[in-house]
Ligand binder design. Structure first.
Ligand SMILES: [Zn+2]
Length: 196
């Protein structure tokens, strides 16, 4: 925006400088016509008129230099504005691209979340109410993980290896007994890899 403002400012400056040149030129033309018409006869007036024409020519030259200088500034402002416009377009296209990818990811996540929620409902319906209640309570207390796999004698919830006595208790517990980690109190899920 600053570059565009600079560009329009210099455009206005150029117009003003060109008008200045035009005014001086018109006045010089009028003076020249008076001189050529022969209406001015007094030598003193003639000398004054000629002096003024010379001074106007000099003034016009100076003003034309101003116009050139403004034009140069305007050109570099245009170049800069053009460059920046291109960069804005390129960044915008990156933003558009990232937004499209993000939206696609959202959609994927929503679909997956819906499928997982449905699956959970089915599984939850098959679990005894008191166990589900315990699980939900633990899940709330333990950062979203209420049950953990017992893997190689280690609770995968808190990563603590279980004590020998605890392991032998778990080993002798019935298959449908709910066993819990001594350390984090999460429900432990026994598998063939539990190391029991
Ligand atoms: Zn644990």
């Amino acid at each position: 925006m600053a570059a565009q403002t600079e560009e329009s400012d210099t455009a206005r400056e150029q117009t003003k400088a060109e008008q200045d040149v035009d005014q001086v030129r018109q006045r010089a033309v009028r003076d020249q016509q008076r001189l050529d018409s022969g209406a001015v006869t007094s030598p003193k007036d003639l000398a004054n008129l000629q002096r003024e024409i010379a001074s106007l020519a000099k003034r016009q030259g100076d003003l034309e230099d101003v116009v050139l200088e403004v034009m140069e500034r305007r050109e570099s402002a245009q170049e800069r504005a053009g460059e920046l416009t291109e960069r804005v377009a390129s960044v915008q296209s990156k933003i558009d691209d990232a937004t499209a990818r993000r939206d696609a990811a959202f959609e994927e996540i929503d679909t997956e979340a819906a499928a997982v929620t449905k699956e959970r409902e089915v599984v939850a319906a098959s679990i005894p109410a008191d166990l589900l209640k315990l699980y939900d309570k633990l899940r709330q207390q333990q950062g979203g993980i209420g049950a953990a796999k017992l893997y190689a004698r280690t609770c995968q919830g808190c990563r603590q290896e279980l004590a020998i006595t605890e392991l032998s208790e778990i080993r002798s517990a019935a298959r449908d007994t709910v066993v819990r980690c001594e350390n984090c109190r999460r429900i432990l899920v026994r598998t063939a890899e539990s190391g029991l």
